[in-house]
Design a protein around this ligand. Structure first.
Ligand SMILES: Nc1ncnc2c1ncn2[C@@H]1O[C@H](COP(=O)(O)OP(=O)(O)OP(=O)(O)O)[C@@H](O)[C@H]1O
Length: 307
């Protein structure tokens, strides 16, 4: 379990991470979201012992990052932003080097190296210098080293950044197929990745926690949650919908011939909407109820917090 209290990091006079509090249980796959500069990478670097907090506490399985950094590092696999260091090494040399640092030896070392090479599909680039690899392959080498010692906790800073769509899919599958008792923390700018992979979401902006809950709870905060979107076969006057109790707003999307009805929370008015469509003979050819829009709820939670 990860327990974080009042975690703070200050660079000069800039508070990059501002009194964050959260805990993460085994089995949690956490999507860590926030705009550029929100403090995600800084938080991840503190969790991995890469940089030291200025204030606060981090406990991992009851070990303190201040008192037991070495034991904590053994529990964690970390994929930092960007490309792996030691670009003059080949992926095979790099994985051997990391395996030795991680204390892997003999058969176990060979097995683990071969396992991650297969899992991450690195066979075709094993003998090329990392510096000469494409961005996607550099990312994959980074991911391979994070998985090498089969850690209980994986901290992945934008794991799918720079990967092509097939590789993105493969990395997501890999994360989904990890042992169910591991902790995985993924920072990402791809909101769909959160609904596809995570059972928890944390959103930070300007170093502060804005949301900590399930993807379902997050999407329920969208003003589009339970909104009804209609497609009209030709333009028509839809202003009469405002007479239906529970409809707060009508948002036309003229380019696509769609109209979205924003519903007051707690109202269930699909029946009333259908009735209104028939009474007014509106040319509606499709109608669906929206779950919510993550991009809109993310914008609302983070806007005004730019650094
Ligand atoms: N070593 C450093 N020295 C000074 N300022 C830093 C340092 N590292 C990060 N910062 C600043 O701290 C803030 C948080 O940066 P951080 O990299 O954690 O954001 P992020 O949420 O990961 O952003 P992105 O999505 O762009 O990767 C930024 O304003 C950044 O410029």
């Amino acid at each position: 379990m990860i327990y974080v209290k009042n975690l703070t990091k200050i660079f000069g006079d800039h508070v990059a991470v501002n009194h964050l509090n959260f805990d993460i249980q085994p089995g949690d796959v956490v999507g860590f979201l926030g705009p550029n500069g929100a403090g995600k990478s800084t938080t991840m670097k503190m969790l991995t012992g890469f940089i030291t907090p200025d204030d606060g506490e981090i406990l991992i399985d009851d070990l303190s990052i201040f008192d037991d950094p070495k034991k904590i590092k053994q529990k964690i696999g970390y994929l930092p932003e960007g490309a792996p260091a030691y670009g003059d090494m080949t992926p095979l040399q790099f994985l051997n080097f990391i395996a030795a640092i991680r204390g892997l030896k003999g058969d176990l070392k060979r097995q683990r190296i071969s396992h991650v090479i297969n899992k991450i599909d690195l066979q075709s680039v094993l003998d090329k210098p990392i510096d000469n690899l494409s961005k996607g392959f550099k990312r994959r080498v980074g991911l391979a080293q994070a998985l090498l010692h089969d850690p209980q906790i994986l901290i992945l800073d934008e794991p799918t950044d720079g990967l092509d769509p097939n590789q993105k899919h493969q990395v997501r599958e890999l994360i989904q197929n990890l042992a169910k008792d591991k902790i995985v923390i993924i920072s990402t700018h791809i909101l769909e990745e959160v609904t596809a992979l995570c059972n928890r979401v944390m959103i930070i902006a300007a170093g502060q926690m804005k949301f900590n809950g399930t993807p379902k709870e997050l999407i329920a905060k969208s003003k589009y949650h339970n909104a009804i979107t209609l497609h009209l076969s030709y333009p028509s006057d839809t202003s009469g919908f405002l007479d239906v109790p529970g409809i707060l707003e009508i948002l036309p999307d003229r380019a696509n011939g769609k109209v979205t009805l924003i519903i007051q929370p707690g109202y269930d008015i699909l029946h009333e909407v259908n009735k209104h469509i028939h009474e007014r003979k509106l040319p509606v050819d499709t109608l669906f109820v929206e779950q919510g829009r993550l991009d809109q709820v993310f914008r609302e939670m983070t806007q005004g917090a730019e650094v």
